[in-house]
Design a protein around this ligand. Structure first.
Ligand SMILES: Nc1nc2c(ncn2[C@@H]2O[C@H](COP(=O)(O)OP(=O)(O)OP(=O)(O)O)[C@@H](O)[C@H]2O)c(=O)[nH]1
Ligand SMILES: [Mg+2]
Ligand SMILES: [Zn+2]
Ligand SMILES: [Zn+2]
Length: 369
């Protein structure tokens, strides 16, 4: 549950509206003879006489369409003011952000590239992960891959991952609709304590080096961590887990309009995987229209079309992954200074020897792996 995504349990506030689902509080007529356009005192009023605050709701004057996300909080929580929702969101997400930052440092210290896989239920995340782990075993046999599996209930997906031979930890969220940074911190500690002598599930002040500003620590051996989020195309968009990137999976059976209907997720993702393209012959799905919609929300989003079951498009996905595994660190200022000194010394030496200046500049060093 979270107030951030508007799915908080507001029951405690006593605001639950007994049995009514239709939007009475807005005073919209709904097929009744009597027009009660702006009259809240109509006879079939809410049985408990609860006053609803719908000042944040935008109503289309022609069609009566309702936008409950038009207020400052961009979300409507029964019984809660917009100001309070904004404060709560800032508090909760602020707390999450702090732990996400510490996850990010922890991943960096361990050479881990972490990817947060987000989608609606059943888009093929676990199928794709199993296929990816198998394919990477051939393409990059030395690359360790591990998985954190998020679902409300069951360890089905972690069991599927473990069957491939890769280590996996299942995180069940119960009523929760997304993974958060503390859950990932705990799961990661358990995952990587397998390969370590030290167990730091409780203690994060473990002895191995975390990057210090100004210090160039030894780059750790690289590995890949997939975090499969709870199947939900809405809430996980807001939760930073400390990942390098969010990857949104959209299967072609879901319809091409999803990027515009659920824009937050597509805005937050670096890559959209268009999955189940093997089914395209059976569907009416306009790939170009889908990609155009995704780019309207996020002009920089990359797109790879694939099928987790036939393997079509997998090479492009593996390529994308392996690029992320190469350390992205830019050369340090000291290294660049040293390169400049060496270039100057070389030029002087060539001059002294009566040689022409080097025909091509000495390339700057690429970050070592
Ligand atoms: N035809 C086809 N089916 C696929 C493909 N990928 C996954 N599926 C099927 O889609 C269904 C859901 O796949 P999962 O991998 O469980 O999906 P998921 O996203 O992990 O689901 P949740 O974890 O429950 O959100 C299964 O029946 C898969 O066999 C694909 O590329 N093509
Ligand atoms: Mg799954
Ligand atoms: Zn550690
Ligand atoms: Zn939610």
């Amino acid at each position: 549950m979270c107030v951030v995504c508007g799915c908080a349990d507001a029951g405690k506030s006593g605001s639950t509206v007994g049995g009514h689902v239709h939007a009475h509080g807005l005073g919209q007529a709904h097929g009744h003879e009597h027009g009660h356009g702006h009259d809240h005192g109509h006879p079939h009023a809410h049985p408990h006489g609860v006053a609803l605050d719908h000042s944040h709701v935008q109503v289309d004057p022609q069609r009566g369409d309702l936008h409950f996300g038009a207020g400052a909080a961009r979300v409507s929580v029964p019984g809660m003011s917009q100001a309070r929702a904004v404060r709560l969101e800032a508090d909760i997400l602020g707390q999450n952000k702090r732990i996400a930052l510490s996850n990010r440092q922890h991943f960096a210290a361990h050479g881990v590239t972490a990817l947060n896989l987000v989608s609606s239920p059943g888009s093929g995340k676990t199928t794709l992960l199993c296929a990816t782990i198998d394919a990477l075993r051939h393409r990059a046999p030395a690359l360790p891959v591990s998985v954190i599996e998020g679902d409300q209930q069951t360890s089905f997906d972690a069991d599927r991952i473990r069957a491939t031979g890769a280590p996996a930890i299942q995180v069940n969220t119960g009523k929760g609709c997304h993974l958060d940074a503390p859950m990932v911190a705990e799961a990661f500690a358990r995952l990587h304590s397998h390969g370590h002598a030290h167990d730091h599930t409780q203690d994060h002040s473990h002895p191995h080096l975390h990057p210090q500003p100004g210090h160039d620590t030894q780059p750790a051996a690289r590995s890949l961590l997939f975090i499969e989020n709870v199947g939900n195309l809405v809430c996980p968009a807001m939760w930073d887990l400390g990942e390098d990137s969010k990857v949104v999976i959209l299967s072609v059976t879901e319809g091409e309009d999803k990027p515009l209907k659920y824009p937050d997720m597509f805005a937050a993702a670096s890559l959209m995987l268009l999955n189940k393209i093997d089914l395209l012959p059976h569907l009416r799905f306009d790939r170009q229209r889908c990609i155009a919609m995704a780019r309207r929300v996020n002009p920089a989003i990359e797109v790879i079309e694939l099928s987790a079951t036939t393997g079509e498009g997998m090479q492009a996905w593996l390529q994308w992954l392996l690029q992320r595994v190469v350390p992205q660190r830019a050369p340090s200022a000291e290294a660049l200074q040293r390169v400049a000194e060496l270039e100057a010394a070389l030029l002087a030496a060539r001059r002294a020897a009566g040689m022409p200046p080097a025909p091509t500049p000495i390339p700057t060093p690429t970050p070592s792996s």
